[in-house]
Write a protein that binds this ligand. Structure first.
Ligand code: RIB
Length: 280
């Protein structure tokens, strides 16, 4: 059918349109169209998306896995039925699936070293749901750097959100109202970072004068917001592009190694205005 399926968490999250755009540009170069579905990070919706796409006889699927999809049996069944699957952004560890992702631990480590270099020691972590591999890896990067810098990890500074704005807002309010509030916050994605800014504004906390903020995910307006956001930028467009190219190579049986390929892209720290020296 010269159609590819793309299954993402939530197209209203600005990370995913960049990824879809890269996939579509690469697909159109080879005469393929995209059909996109959202899972809202629910495995049952993921399973339904895969069966809908198979019913529509797409030639292949790019999948951003929902949490707890680590039981990838429904994904492997799709692949076994003759519809190749390439995982984007999140990788089903230990399963024979092609993937294109980012080195999330490296990205989180770069961000944490930047905050430590600005003198911060009490750094709050707004984590995504740890059922998501990207959230888990960013948390690992946070914990590793905190331990290596001689500070022990204060569990009260780690709050588990769901990658959505509301959780970032709620958890930031909780953290900033505690005694010994953090002087900096690292948000595991941009949407929770926006929630953090909303909470700061509501509490009359200035960013970065009172509390610094760094987020994972660059988004088109990160450079326009007040304050301009310090981010760990993911090559989302490139991820989508490389994913579509790899999927089409599988569909058209191009001469590539049969064993699953794991392409890991490199994140970039972009320092702007939302991180400053720790207040005296
Ligand atoms: O913002 C959504 C997050 O989910 C992004 O950071 C992306 O990496 C995905 O895991």
């Amino acid at each position: 059918t010269k159609t590819l399926g793309t299954v993402v968490s939530d197209i209203t999250n600005p990370f995913f349109p960049q990824l879809i755009r890269g996939a579509e540009d690469a697909a159109l170069e080879r005469g393929y169209l995209l059909m996109t579905l959202n899972t809202d990070d629910h495995v049952d919706r993921e399973q339904r998306a895969l069966s809908l796409l198979r019913a529509r006889k797409v030639d292949g699927i790019m999948l951003v896995m929902a949490p707890d999809s680590q039981d990838a049996s429904h994904i492997l069944a799709t692949q076994a039925s003759g519809t190749p699957v390439v995982c984007l952004d999140r990788v089903a560890e230990g399963t024979p699936l092609d993937s294109v992702c980012v080195d999330n631990v490296k990205g989180a480590r770069m961000c944490m070293h930047h905050l430590l270099a600005r003198g911060h020691r009490r750094i709050g972590m707004l984590s995504g749901s740890v059922g998501l591999q990207t959230a888990l890896q960013r948390l690992i990067g946070y914990q590793e750097v905190m331990r290596e810098s001689g500070g022990d990890v204060d569990e009260r500074l780690i709050r588990h959100g769901d990658f959505r704005l509301e959780s970032g807002y709620r958890l930031t309010k909780e953290m900033l109202l505690e005694p010994e509030a953090p002087t900096a916050i690292f948000a595991s994605n941009a949407m929770m970072g926006f929630g953090a800014l909303k909470a700061m504004r509501e509490l009359g906390v200035r960013c970065p004068e009172d509390v610094s903020l760094a987020v994972f995910d660059d988004i088109p307006f990160g450079d326009v917001m007040q304050p301009r956001l310090t981010v760990v930028a993911q090559p989302a467009y490139e991820m989508g592009r490389r994913g579509a190219q790899l999927l089409i190579a599988r569909i058209e049986h191009e001469d590539i190694p049969p064993e699953p390929m794991r392409i890991e892209l490199t994140p970039e720290l972009i320092v702007r205005e939302s991180t400053a020296a720790r207040p005296r």
